[in-house]
Design a protein around this ligand. Structure first.
Ligand code: NAD
Ligand code: ZN
Length: 358
């Protein structure tokens, strides 16, 4: 047995208002007059009360990130080219937003120092040089992108992360005030990404005590927030932020499972976003995760959230085949979920039937 020796995030600051310390956190990371580049979710474009708090100095620049589509390798390469053309080198990249914006920050940081296209690095341990300094500041909680060693990118031939020891952030700023105003449906979809990470990790064959400890805690926080609290409050924001962190730590040493494997196919072919895609799939996974799905349905009902239905209706056979190909290519996810003989269990026909239910 070979154990994974993985790299964690460098520095973590947690607390209501922690964002106000960003200026002093970044000061030692500034290299001469090379600017800090702030990747900010486009949601904040017309929110000067927030963007005015970004500690800009000298040639620093805010780049609003278009997250209409989840990050693509083309977009990563384009931003890298633009920054190189404008500044040569930069002191760092700070991603402020949901999982998409944080992933863009990680990917562009790596591509500032690694040659070629980000598509060349989709896979495991292909990145050879550390990127420029990078920090992540979530404004939505659930994906665990703030702690993970991957950045999920859609490339010309696949949807796959740049998984490497250079991928984790050097610094994360966890300020629960920043997730406070997220709209209810979006907050729920992203939070359920965390809930599903926990179920898939805890029910998986890769589970060990490390993953279990974080996974159980994150699951308990999700249950408290979504099943016990009479209404959403500041405490819920704080707990959700920590659930996302712990959920991410849980899958660092295990893996996700069926919902993610199936949802990646949806996302590749239909462009379905990760959070809502996971919910669409998980809703139909009673046979794999009976207890988790039962609880999930209670949460959906309690929070009056809509889970889209019939999204694969009318798709061409070729598109369905493509989804099946993408999904079945994710061997570690299936192996974690179903065991070493997963290929006997998850045949193309069984997966086709599952997609037809969504
Ligand atoms: P997101 O980043 O895609 O954003 C979803 C929507 O919420 C966007 O419209 C965005 O503008 C908006 N938004 C962000 N913050 C807001 C706020 N405070 N208030 C209101 N609206 C806000 O959503 P997400 O669910 O956080 O992230 C999903 C992405 O994360 C996907 O691209 C997925 O591939 C990636 N992901 C990465 C990892 C990883 O380990 N790197 C893990 C899971 C998911
Ligand atoms: Zn996920």
């Amino acid at each position: 047995m070979k154990f994974r020796n993985f790299k964690l995030v460098g520095y973590v600051i947690f607390g209501r208002g922690a964002f106000n310390q960003l200026d002093e956190i970044l000061a030692p990371q500034r290299k001469g007059d090379a600017p800090m580049i702030f990747f900010v979710d486009q949601f904040f474009k017309d929110k000067p009360a927030f963007t005015g708090r970004i500690p800009l100095q000298g040639k620093d620049k805010v780049v609003f990130i278009d997250v209409t589509h989840e990050p693509k390798t083309k977009y990563v390469d384009q931003l890298r080219d633009e920054l190189k053309a404008e500044f040569g080198q930069v002191s760092g990249i700070i991603g402020i937003g949901g999982g998409s914006t944080m992933d863009m920050a990680k990917a562009v940081s790596l591509m500032m120092t690694n040659p070629g296209s980000s598509a060349d690095y989709q896979g495991w341990d292909l990145v050879k040089q550390p990127g420029v300094y990078k920090a992540g500041i979530p404004t939505l909680s659930g994906t665990g992108a703030e702690v993970s060693r991957t950045t999920v990118l859609t490339g010309p031939t696949r949807k796959l992360g740049m998984n490497s020891d250079y991928t984790p952030f050097d610094q994360i700023v966890l300020d629960p005030e920043l997730i406070k105003d997220a709209p209810i449906n979006q907050r729920f979809y992203t939070a359920m990404d965390c809930y599903i990470h926990c179920v898939e990790s805890l029910e998986g064959t890769y589970l060990n005590a490390f993953s279990r400890s974080y996974g159980e805690k994150a699951l308990e926080l999700c249950q408290e927030i979504f099943l016990k609290k009479p209404h959403w409050d500041d405490d819920a924001d704080e707990k959700l932020m920590m659930a996302s962190y712990a959920g991410g730590m849980s899958i660092a040493y295990s893996q996700v499972g069926v919902a993610h494997a199936v949802s990646y196919g949806l996302s590749y072919v239909l462009g379905t976003h990760h959070g809502v895609g996971n919910c669409i799939v998980f809703d139909k996974l009673e046979e794999f995760y009976p207890q988790g799905v039962k609880e999930f349905k209670e949460m959906v009902q309690r929070h009056n959230v809509t889970i889209p239905q019939n999204i694969t209706k009318g798709m061409s056979a070729a598109d369905v085949d493509k989804m099946i190909d993408v999904s079945l290519s994710l061997a570690p996810l299936w192996e974690n979920a179903l065991g070493k003989d997963w290929q006997q269990q998850m045949t193309r026909e069984r997966l086709r039937d599952l997609y037809a239910k969504l």
